[in-house]
Design a protein around this ligand. Structure first.
Ligand code: URA
Length: 410
């Protein structure tokens, strides 16, 4: 096939066949199709879009560019969730062990944080020793023994997406719905799931700024999942303020420990249960019971041990990673919290060192924000609205004005 003709065909808004899409993806993955040609094609897709059938074939071709997990016959249903991410989104750390208390397997492959969105892998790596790179044989044995694993994307899962995402990142072609759908779904479908729940976020701190955009993305992902034989459901959840009361890796792990021990902020608990209910076979009451009676907490401890982590550090994780400077941001006056901007708080946390500005940056596990007050809560004058965890005075001075602009009390 003649690649320039395929690029032109998409440029003119025509529909590509399955074979043409497969040719582009396999040629790009093997290196036969040059980056500049694939970039031009991605830009054509960004402007012209793709039909649902094209998006489906693109997802399949990307999934099939690498390994798809295989399981022995007669094993329990495989379930997972995907979130489009946002400030303080720590849900996977609680949801994965909670789901694994049910008669299902949770083969969770997840990503690192980039930009203002944190990543499950970074949070897990704040637990001393936690190994996110166990091989497939060990991961499958772990499913047999405890019903879950949480690992990073391996070299041979969706190599086409790894290459294409890196290219999109530097060619202005990230915000294309079909490319986003294929990128997210190819990775999740490589887990060979029976059921998948999507948490599609909208609002200030989310990838999708409006409810309408989130709904369209959710519908497109659901359609592809169904075409590929997976039962997909979704929730649209707001991301105007951070989830829970913490942003930053070790601080978020500490908050998850609270939730797994039957406490923790209501918004985190509710969202965990809302999502779990979509893919679990047991009732919400049973799931809530597993959070409050220690069953999910024990499952989390077995996950940490199984992946070489030091579970004895979990209840003191904020001492293991403690920022030298912890300062409150005080309420300027008494009143109701009207704004706690998730985007600005995410940026502040990033500047404090809790995330990466480039893929090679080192993460500061101790950095971030805690004690974040929720929109609608009453505060008195000079009461803390949140606590900043900073490594240096310079970092603190950098984020304070930002944080002041993130908050409104009246
Ligand atoms: N997350 C992904 O994995 N891919 C995208 O294209 C966007 C968000």
């Amino acid at each position: 096939m003649h690649v320039p003709t395929l690029i032109e065909k998409k440029r003119e808004g025509k529909t590509l066949t399955d074979e043409e899409i497969s040719h582009l993806i396999s040629g790009f993955t093997s290196g036969e199709i040059a980056d500049y040609q694939m970039s031009a094609w991605a830009m054509a897709v960004l402007f012209q879009g793709m039909t649902p059938a094209e998006t489906h074939h693109l997802t399949r071709a990307m999934m099939e560019s690498g390994r798809v997990l295989e399981y022995p016959d007669g094993t329990p249903p495989k379930v997972d969730k995907h979130s489009t991410g946002g400030g303080g989104d720590k849900i996977s750390l609680v949801l994965a062990p909670l789901l694994a208390c049910d008669e299902v397997w949770v083969p969770m492959i997840c990503g690192r944080g980039l930009g203002i969105t944190g990543g499950t892998l970074d949070k897990l790596e704040s637990i001393p020793g936690f190994n996110i790179q166990i091989d497939e044989r060990r991961a499958l044995a772990q499913l047999e023994s405890i019903g879950l694993f949480v690992i990073g994307q391996t070299e041979d899962i969706c190599p086409a997406d790894r290459k294409l995402y890196a290219l999109r990142d530097v060619t202005g072609t990230i915000p294309s719905q079909p490319l986003i759908v294929a990128s997210i779904m190819s990775k999740k479908l490589a887990e060979n799931l029976d059921r998948l729940v999507l948490d599609v976020k909208f609002g200030r701190g989310a990838f999708m700024k409006t409810h309408k955009e989130a709904k369209q993305l959710a519908a497109a992902m659901t359609k592809v999942g169904k075409l590929m034989g997976v039962k997909v459901s979704h929730l649209l959840s707001p991301m105007d303020e951070p989830l829970g009361r913490t942003v930053g890796n070790a601080l978020e792990v500490a908050e998850c420990v609270e939730v797994l021990q039957g406490n923790g902020p209501a918004d985190v608990v509710d969202l965990v249960l809302d999502l779990a209910q979509q893919v679990s076979t047991v009732s919400r009451a049973k799931l809530a019971g597993w959070l409050s009676d220690g069953t999910a907490w024990r499952k989390f401890i077995s996950l940490v041990y199984a992946q070489d982590g030091d579970a004895s550090s979990l209840e003191k994780i904020t001492e293991v990673h403690r920022a030298p400077i912890i300062r409150p941001l005080l309420a300027p006056s008494a009143g109701i919290v009207k704004k706690m901007d998730a985007e600005i708080i995410g940026q502040a946390s990033l500047l404090l060192g809790s995330g990466r500005q480039t893929v090679d940056d080192e993460i500061d596990f101790a950095a971030g924000l805690s004690g974040i007050r929720k929109i609608g809560e009453r505060v008195e004058a000079k009461e803390p609205l949140l606590f900043v965890h900073a490594r240096t005075d310079q970092a603190l001075e950098l984020v304070l004005p930002l944080l002041q602009s993130a908050v409104e009390v009246s």
